[in-house]
Design a protein around this ligand. Structure first.
Ligand SMILES: Nc1ncnc2c1ncn2[C@@H]1O[C@H](COP(=O)(O)OP(=O)(O)OP(=O)(O)O)[C@@H](O)[C@H]1O
Ligand SMILES: [Mg+2]
Length: 221
């Protein structure tokens, strides 16, 4: 489902060149739940962003569902991303002046979905994460765990085949972190969603099918 071949990423600033990823080769199957671990600065977010077509590699190839993207325009890329991939970030990235349900509807605005259908799909997504009773709240009125569950609802509302999560439990205490992890596990098991999750938490990583360790931009297992 996701294939990375000989990926390198070099960041160049005025003063320094950083090799953030060094010859990464990865094959992730449909329905796999993969975790990525490694010390701060080893390239985890860079790798996830490249997988999610948010960033280009310096060299190498990304394929998703057999598709490669060199000839895609930005617009085509955005459309493909919107239809195929849901993103979850450590710091939630919710829009504070939109209500919970409006936040969850956002990815559907870029598709041809009627407003009543958007409401329906967003309510269903919020039910899946146990937040049907918080639809009219605003993000500032929610706990961290609830915010992350809203972010998950937003990520799944368009039924993406792939979810990419960058430290989704990083800002949460262990109880809330486990709730979020349980939702991801359930999505993976019941809906066959392919998930790639960056985490600093061994116990979370142990619950996934496969663990990829990075060190200084290279795979170490
Ligand atoms: N926009 C950028 N410009 C220059 N260097 C960058 C940029 N983004 C990341 N880097 C460098 O690339 C390396 C990998 O960064 P990345 O954010 O992928 O690390 P990470 O493993 O996600 O770390 P953390 O666990 O702290 O989130 C780091 O050395 C970082 O300084
Ligand atoms: Mg990171």
């Amino acid at each position: 489902m996701i294939k990375l071949s000989q990926i390198e990423k070099v960041y160049t600033t005025k003063t320094i060149e950083t090799l953030a990823l060094n010859n990464i080769n990865l094959d992730i199957m449909k329905g796999e739940f993969v975790s990525i671990m490694g010390p701060s600065g080893c390239g985890k977010s860079t790798l996830l962003n490249i997988m999610g077509l948010l960033d280009d590699p310096s060299t190498g190839q990304v394929e998703i569902n057999g598709e490669s993207f060199a000839r895609f325009s930005d617009k085509q890329l955005a459309k493909f991303r919107n239809n195929t991939i849901g993103f979850i970030f450590q710091s939630y990235h919710l829009i504070n002046d939109l209500s919970v349900i409006d936040n969850v509807e956002l990815p559907l605005l870029y598709r041809n979905v009627s407003s009543s259908e958007r409401r329906k799909l967003a309510s269903e997504a919020l039910e899946k994460v146990g937040l049907a009773n918080r639809m009219k709240h605003f993000p500032s009125q929610l706990s961290g765990g609830q915010k992350q569950r809203v972010a998950i609802a937003r990520a799944i509302v368009g039924r993406p085949q792939i979810i990419l999560a960058d430290e989704p439990t990083g800002n949460l205490d262990s109880v809330m972190g486990n709730e979020v992890m349980d939702i991801l596990l359930k999505l993976n098991e019941q809906e066959d969603t392919t998930i790639v999750m960056v985490t600093h938490d061994e116990s979370m990583a142990q619950k996934t099918h496969r663990l990829i360790r990075l060190f200084d931009g290279s795979q170490v297992n």
